[in-house]
Design a protein around this ligand. Structure first.
Ligand code: SF4
Ligand code: SF4
Length: 871
C-alpha cells in the first residue's frame, strides 16, 4: 500500500490535480463553479508541471463549451488523452459532441462541478439538473460526495474509462464540494502511475485515427443498419459497472480506501433507508450514525455509479430488513412521474421482485423526494424529517424537503434545532467580512495552517452575497478530531466563535443568533474602547450577556492605517482568531502567519512585508476584552427595507436581503420568474464611511460627476427655486448656470448617502479645482459623520422633487442628459465599474422606451441578481 499524506484542498483543486497528471490535452472554457479547475490546470502547464508520463499537458481555451467538447472529441480521435471541466449550461452545450464521443466508445472523463440549469432564473449554485440532462448521451455518470472522493474518483474514473471504453462524467456538487476546503488523504503520482496500465493506453492509442491504420468513423447510416449498430455497444455498458468496481478494489489495495458502486451505511437490520447521491449523502450518513446511537434502525445507500445503473448491485446493498425507502433526487423534471434516481430505484426493485429469488420477502414501500435544488441547505434536521416520514404507515410521495411549500403542501416538516453529536463536538467559527477586506483569503490561509500543522480535521466553506461592490462574505470554518462530513452551513446556536470584520454589519445581521452558549465574539471597530459596548444594538448586548459570551474588540483599520496597509485587515484579524481559539500554540500560529506573509508579499518588496509583520505584532497587543454588563443600548437592527416599500418588497425582497430567504414560502414567489423592477432603491446598504459633497461656489454644473457614478448615486435635478423653500437644513442647491436656463431655476447635485460605495470616481472626474487649494475640487469626499442624518434627509427631499420634462431640456448636452431620471440605479456592480455609467446614460436618454437584451455575464449579475435589481 502506498503512503498518503494529508493535504488541505478544495474539490476543484483535488480534481484538477488528477486530471492534469493523467491527460495530455485539456480543452477548457470557464464557467462557475468549474472555472478553478481549468485555471489550475492552465497555471500548472504554464509552470511546466508534467503529467505522469513526463510531458506538459497542453491546455487550450476554446470559444465556448461547445468548442471545448469539439476539441476534446478531435483530440481523442487523434489518440491524445484528453479531458475537460464544466458545469450547467456549459455541459448542455457539449451534448452534441458527447453523443458522438460515447457512440464511438471513446475513453475520456468530463469533470463537472454540477450546477443548476437556468430555468425560471439563472442559478450558479449546485444541483444535479445539468448531469441529469446528459444521462442519455451514453456517458457513464460517477458521483463524488466529498473532497476526498473527488480526488479518488477522478482517478478511478480515468482508469475505468480507459479499461471499459465508456466515457465518464465525473461530477460533484458545485460550490458545496467544488469549493469546500477539507483535509484529505492525498496520494502522489506513484498511485496514478500504478493504476493506469500501459496496455489500456496502448489500446486507446491503437483505436485512434491514423494514416497507418486507415478507417472511417462517423458514417451516415440508413434505416437498414442504424438500429442494430446502436445495439452493438450493449456489452460495453453491461460490463462497465464491474470494471468500475474492480478499479475501486484495485484503488483500495493501493490506498486503503474502499468504495462500492452502491455503498450502504447503517444498521444491518435497518427498516428505513434513504438512497441518494452527491454531498447530501454525507449529511445523511452523519445523521444515520447519530440516530443509530439513539437505537434507530436506519441506513443510507450512497449511489456512486448512476449510469450505467447496476440495479442488481443496488438491491444487494440494501439489508433485506428494509421496509421503507426514500429516494432523494437533487433535480427536478417538471411533468415527469418522478425524478431519475427514484425511477431507476423503483425499476430495480420491481425487476428484482419479479425475479426467481427476490431479495425482499415483501417489496419495500418506495417514495420520492426532492432536496437541495440550487444549493438549498440540506441538514441533519431535514434528514431526520425524511426518516420520520418513512415511519408513517403511508409516507407522503413526491415530497420536497428544505422548503415551505404552502401551495401544494408537498414539503415535509423538519426540526431546525436537530443537531448530531458530531456537530455538537466540533469547534465552529463564523467570520463576517467584506469581499474586499481579505477575510476569505485569510480564512483559507488559516485553515491550511491548522490542517497542515495539527492533527485536527478541518473544513472551510465560504458564502458570498450577490453584490460585487460591498459584498458580504461569511466564512464557515469547522475543526474536529474526526473527518468532517457536515456538508451544510453553521446555523443558529452552533458557533463557538464569531468574528465581525466590519462594524457596519452590526445593525444589518443578527449574527449572534448563531452563537452557542459560552461563545466568543470578536469585533473590528473604530469606535473608541470606552464606547464599544454602547455602540452595539440592544439585541446583541442581550445575547452577549444571556449566552455568557466573551467579547473582544480591535481597531484593525487603525492598525492597518498605521502600517500603511490601506483597508487590508486580513492578517490582523487572522492573528486575533489564532490568539482566541488556541487551535495551535500562539507562537507557532504567529510564525505560520508570518511565513505566509513572506510567501504572499515577499516579491512585492520588503516594505510590504515589514508593514504586515508590524501589524501582526500590534494585533496581539491591541486586542482588548470588553466587559459585558448593563444593557445600555436602545439601538435596533434596522429593517432590511423601509416601511414604505411595496408589499412584495417587504414580504419577499426584505427577507432575502436579511438572509432569511430560505423561509419564504412557495406561494410568495412568481411562478414565471417575473419580478418587480427598481427594487435596488429600497436596499440601503450603508457601505460608505466617506461620501462626496459638492462645493457650490466652485461647481460649474457640468454634470460629469453624475455621468460617471457607477451606481447612479449622485444625481442632478433642475427645479423652480421656490420648491426648495421647504427643504431640510443642509439641502444644497444653486441657480443653474448657462443661458439655456431662466433665472429662478435652481439645480441640486445630490448624493444618496446610503447607496454610495465611496469609490471616489465622481471626485476624480471633476474638472474644477480650487485655485488657492489645489487638492480641493468642486466635489470632495467628507466623513459621513456628523451630517449623516442631514444628508439622508436631503436625499429624501431631493427624491420627491419632480423630474424635469424632457421637452424643456437640451438632452444632447451632458448637463441636460444628467437632468433626466436614470432608470438604472444603485446597482451592485463593482465599486468603480466602467460599464454601468453607460447603461445608466442609455436609460436616461431613451427613458422607458427601451428594450434590453442582456447576455449572461457581469451585466446580467449586477443587472438582474436577486434580491434586488437596479432596472
Ligand atoms: S463616490 Fe462613487 S458611488 Fe459615491 S457618488 Fe461618487 S461615484 Fe458614486
Ligand atoms: S463634476 Fe465637478 S463641476 Fe461638474 S457638476 Fe460635478 S461637482 Fe460640479
Amino acid at each position: 500500500m502506498y503512503r498518503s499524506h494529508p493535504k488541505t484542498v478544495d474539490g476543484n483543486e483535488a480534481c484538477a490535480y488528477v486530471a492534469h497528471k493523467s491527460n495530455e490535452v485539456i480543452a477548457i472554457y470557464p464557467i462557475t463553479p468549474a472555472s478553478p479547475m481549468g485555471e489550475a490546470a492552465d497555471l500548472w502547464s504554464a509552470q511546466g508541471s508534467k503529467n505522469i508520463w513526463g510531458s506538459v499537458p497542453r491546455v487550450v481555451e476554446m470559444q465556448s463549451e461547445g468548442g471545448a467538447a469539439g476539441a476534446v472529441h478531435g483530440s481523442l480521435q487523434a489518440g491524445a488523452l484528453t479531458t475537460t471541466f464544466t458545469a450547467s449550461q456549459g455541459l448542455l452545450l457539449m451534448i452534441p459532441s458527447m453523443y458522438k464521443i460515447a457512440g464511438e466508445l471513446t475513453p475520456t472523463v468530463f469533470h463537472v462541478a454540477s450546477r443548476a440549469v437556468a430555468a425560471q432564473a439563472l442559478s450558479i449554485f449546485g444541483d444535479h439538473s445539468d448531469v441529469m440532462a446528459v444521462r442519455a448521451t451514453g456517458f457513464a455518470l460517477l458521483a463524488s460526495g466529498s473532497v476526498q472522493e473527488v480526488l479518488d474518483f477522478s482517478l478511478i474514473a480515468q482508469v475505468a474509462t480507459l479499461k471499459g471504453a465508456v466515457p465518464i462524467v465525473h461530477f460533484f456538487d458545485g460550490f458545496r464540494t467544488s469549493h469546500e476546503i477539507n483535509k484529505i488523504s492525498y496520494f502522489d503520482d506513484a498511485v496514478i502511475d500504478q493504476l493506469i496500465e500501459p496496455k489500456d493506453i496502448e489500446r486507446f492509442r491503437h483505436r485512434a485515427l491514423s494514416p497507418d491504420r486507415p478507417v472511417i468513423r462517423g458514417t451516415s447510416q440508413n434505416p437498414d443498419v442504424f438500429f442494430q449498430a446502436r445495439e452493438t455497444v450493449n456489452p460495453y455498458y453491461d460490463t462497465f459497472p464491474g470494471i468500475v468496481q474492480q478499479t475501486m478494489n484495485r484503488f483500495a489495495e493501493l490506498t486503503g480506501r474502499q468504495y462500492r458502486l452502491f455503498e450502504y451505511v447503517g444498521s444491518v437490520d435497518a427498516a428505513r433507508v434513504i438512497v441518494l447521491m452527491g454531498s447530501g449523502a454525507q449529511v445523511v450518513e452523519e445523521t444515520v450514525e447519530d440516530m443509530m446511537e439513539g437505537g434507530e434502525k436506519v441506513g443510507v445507500v450512497k449511489v456512486r455509479l448512476f449510469r450505467p445503473f447496476a440495479g442488481g448491485d443496488l438491491i444487494k446493498a440494501l439489508p433485506p430488513s428494509v421496509r421503507a425507502i426514500a429516494v432523494l433526487d437533487r433535480t427536478k423534471e417538471p411533468g415527469a412521474g418522478g425524478e431519475p434516481l427514484y425511477k431507476d430505484v423503483v425499476a430495480a426493485l420491481v425487476e428484482d421482485q419479479a425475479g426467481l429469488a427476490p431479495h425482499f420477502a415483501t417489496m419495500p414501500r418506495v417514495v420520492a423526494g426532492r432536496f437541495g435544488l440550487g444549493s438549498k441547505e440540506f441538514t441533519p434536521g431535514m434528514v431526520s424529517g425524511v426518516f420520520g416520514e418513512l415511519k408513517q404507515p403511508r409516507p407522503r410521495n413526491h415530497f420536497t424537503v428544505g422548503i415551505i411549500d404552502d401551495v401544494q403542501q408537498r414539503s415535509l416538516p423538519w426540526d431546525p434545532a436537530f443537531r448530531t453529536r458530531k456537530n455538537r463536538e466540533m469547534r465552529q467559527c463564523l467570520f463576517y467580512g467584506l469581499g474586499s477586506d481579505g477575510t476569505v483569503s485569510a480564512n483559507k490561509n488559516a485553515i491550511k495552517i491548522i490542517g497542515e500543522n495539527t492533527d485536527l480535521q478541518v473544513q472551510g466553506y465560504f458564502v458570498y452575497d450577490s453584490k460585487k461592490a460591498g459584498a458580504v462574505t461569511v466564512s464557515h470554518l469547522r475543526f474536529g478530531q474526526s473527518p468532517i462530513r457536515s456538508s451544510y452551513l453553521i446555523a443558529d446556536g452552533d458557533a463557538n466563535f464569531i468574528a465581525c470584520h466590519q462594524d457596519v454589519f452590526l445593525d444589518r445581521y443578527d449574527m449572534l443568533d448563531m452563537a452557542r452558549d459560552g461563545a466568543v465574539f470578536l469585533l473590528n471597530t473604530r469606535v473608541p474602547l470606552d464606547r464599544v459596548w454602547d455602540s452595539l444594538p440592544a439585541k446583541m448586548q442581550r445575547q452577549l450577556v444571556d449566552k455568557n459570551m466573551t467579547f473582544y474588540c480591535i481597531d484593525a483599520y487603525g492598525i492597518a492605517e498605521r502600517h500603511r496597509m490601506g483597508d487590508r485587515i486580513n492578517t490582523i484579524m487572522q492573528v486575533c482568531f489564532f490568539a482566541i481559539n488556541a487551535l495551535l500554540p500562539l507562537a507557532e500560529a504567529t510564525a505560520a502567519v508570518k511565513k505566509a506573509v513572506l510567501e504572499t508579499y515577499g516579491r512585492k518588496g520588503r516594505a510590504i512585508v515589514r508593514q504586515n509583520m508590524g501589524a501582526i505584532d500590534d494585533a496581539l497587543r491591541e486586542m482588548y476584552r470588553i466587559e459585558t454588563g448593563a444593557l445600555t443600548s436602545e439601538k435596533v437592527v434596522r429593517p432590511p427595507v423601509p416601511e414604505y416599500a411595496p408589499e412584495f418588497v417587504r414580504k419577499v425582497t426584505g427577507p432575502m436581503i436579511a438572509g432569511r430567504g430560505d423561509l419564504i414560502p412557495v406561494s410568495f414567489l412568481p411562478a414565471d420568474g417575473a419580478y418587480p423592477v427598481g427594487t435596488a432603491a429600497y436596499e440601503k446598504r450603508n457601505l460608505a464611511m466617506e461620501v462626496p459633497r459638492v462645493d457650490y461656489d466652485l461647481c460649474t454644473h457640468c454634470g460629469k460627476c453624475a455621468l460617471v457614478c457607477p451606481h447612479g448615486v449622485i444625481r442632478s435635478k433642475a427645479f423652480p427655486a421656490e420648491l426648495a423653500e421647504s427643504a431640510p437644513a443642509g439641502f444644497m442647491h444653486a441657480q443653474i448656470k448657462g443661458k439655456d436656463y431662466p433665472a429662478g431655476i435652481h439645480i441640486s447635485y445630490q448624493v444618496a448617502p446610503e447607496d454610495c460605495t465611496a469609490c471616489k470616481l465622481c471626485v476624480d472626474i471633476c474638472p474644477i479645482r480650487d485655485k488657492s487649494v489645489a487638492s480641493r475640487k468642486a466635489i470632495n469626499m467628507v466623513a459621513r459623520e456628523p451630517t449623516w442624518e442631514e444628508d439622508k434627509a436631503s436625499w429624501d427631499f431631493f427624491a420627491q422633487l419632480p423630474d424635469s420634462d424632457r421637452r424643456d431640456i437640451k438632452v444632447d448636452t451632458l448637463k441636460g442628459a444628467m437632468l433626466m431620471q436614470p432608470l438604472f440605479e444603485f446597482s451592485g456592480a463593482c465599486s468603480g465599474c466602467g460599464e454601468t455609467p453607460y447603461i445608466k446614460l442609455a436609460s436616461q436618454l431613451f427613458g422607458d422606451r427601451m428594450l434590453v437584451a442582456n447576455a449572461t455575464g457581469c451585466s446580467s449579475i449586477y443587472g438582474g441578481n436577486l434580491p434586488t435589481t437596479p432596472w
